[in-house]
Design a protein around this ligand. Sequence first.
Ligand code: CTP
Length: 403
Amino acid sequence: MSILSGKNILLGITAGIAAYKTASLVRLFIKAGANVKVVMTPASKDFITPLTLSTLSKNPVHTSFTNEDEEDGVWNNHVELGLWANYFIIAPATANTMSKMANGVCDNLLLATYLSAKCPVYFAPAMDLDMYKHASTLASFKKLKSFNNIIIPATSGELASGLVGEGRMAEPKDIVSFLEKDILKKLPLRNKKVLLTAGPTYEAIDPVRFIGNHSSGKMGFELAKAAANLGAEVILITGPTHQKVTHALIQVIPVVSAQEMYDAAHLHFKDVDIAILSAAVADYKPKKAATQKIKKKDTTLTLELEKTKDILASLGEIKEKQFLVGFALETNNELENAKGKLKKKNLNLIVLNSLNDKGAGFKKETNKVTLIDAKECVTEYALKSKTEVAIDIFNQIIKQIHA
Ligand code: CTP
């Protein structure tokens, strides 16, 4: 799966003959699983039609500040476009547009979007060889690089003028792989291994019955996705859930009981950099699971339960370089109890869920967490989707690792 999958890519097209290649570029981005929007300079419409690009990108193409086709003149919001984008790629980037970008000129929608965009900006120059070598063009490159814009270098070859030299826009497939490599290289959890536990555990009473709980596994799966999107290799040990995930960087290890989860976690722990234990592990299990189905002979049935092994605490005891994160679900004295668990289980960070918070906890799409680090520094977060909470947790981990 491409790292571009699910990403929002804004393609800016300027008026160079290489604009005809952007039809393939849009196709390749879509094939990689990205969402694509296109913004064009007015003059670039002479080289490729907005209709071609809107058909391929499955989104309207914007070429001016107002939508000329609409009688009421709908305003195209450059700020929104800029904020929507995860990556802004200007290809082809002409000498004219680059010079304007370098000097803050803002006389078309593409340039206004460029000035509003907060995301990484890539530009793929395309022009004739003498223009490419001109001191003015080189000055634009230098200035744009100083703005942290990333150049996708032009290649050498036959140019539209018939001359041969440097100035040909990188081929669409090379633009895509340049982007993929550059993004991967900069991911904060690249070359890191993350171990996660998720979901409930089932403790057998007999061959057909078990002691379980209502954990959906959603939080753990969102953590796995967030880690993989940040470039980590993920080992996701999960109890029985309906959650699904397919990602090249995520290895799913299904388990059923607390003992199986314990064994799998210990097997992998020594190789990982970060371990987050979000599973709702059963604290007790039947002392002896019946080998045959228990018949309903008596009016009462007594099960003798014994404690399961505390996976988190056991990893805390053997941890070396690993950054260890636990969860605490509390109903009262929340902060105090969570801080107690942080110390007792030798953790680097604890994620506190309070059952008193509406929208937090089991089977919910949302969660409200408080993070407490090893120095007992407390950070409270608002109620958010579990996807966003997972990102908050990793941002905090990354901050702590680099502290
Ligand atoms: N945990 C674990 N193995 C267990 C029990 C819990 O790894 N057998 C982990 C959970 O995944 C979670 C953390 O421990 O990250 C907190 O679990 P919790 O049940 O809240 O804490 P306990 O220490 O079991 O204390 P109590 O139930 O008394 O609140």
